[in-house]
Design a protein around this ligand. Structure first.
Ligand SMILES: [Zn+2]
Length: 70
């Protein structure tokens, strides 16, 4: 194999090539990391933890139902 095969990753925010050794990996910069966090906070991504809260809320509302499961 001629030469090293370099893994080229791109910043998920601005699509700039990012080095795996970068401090802000997988982002190209602190700025893009902050933007990504903002997306999570604003609900742009679907995250699983609220779903768990819903299930727990249902269980609290129907305690008898959860007991009959086991
Ligand atoms: Zn970026």
């Amino acid at each position: 194999m001629p030469g090293k095969r370099t893994l080229r990753l791109r910043c998920p925010i601005c699509k700039k090539p990012v080095k795996g050794a970068d401090a802000e990996f997988p982002f190209c910069s602190q700025r893009c990391r902050t933007i990504d966090l903002g997306k999570w906070a604003s609900g742009a991504y679907v995250i699983s933890s609220p779903l768990k809260d819903v299930n727990e809320a249902i269980r609290e509302n129907n305690p008898e139902d959860s007991e009959s499961e086991s």
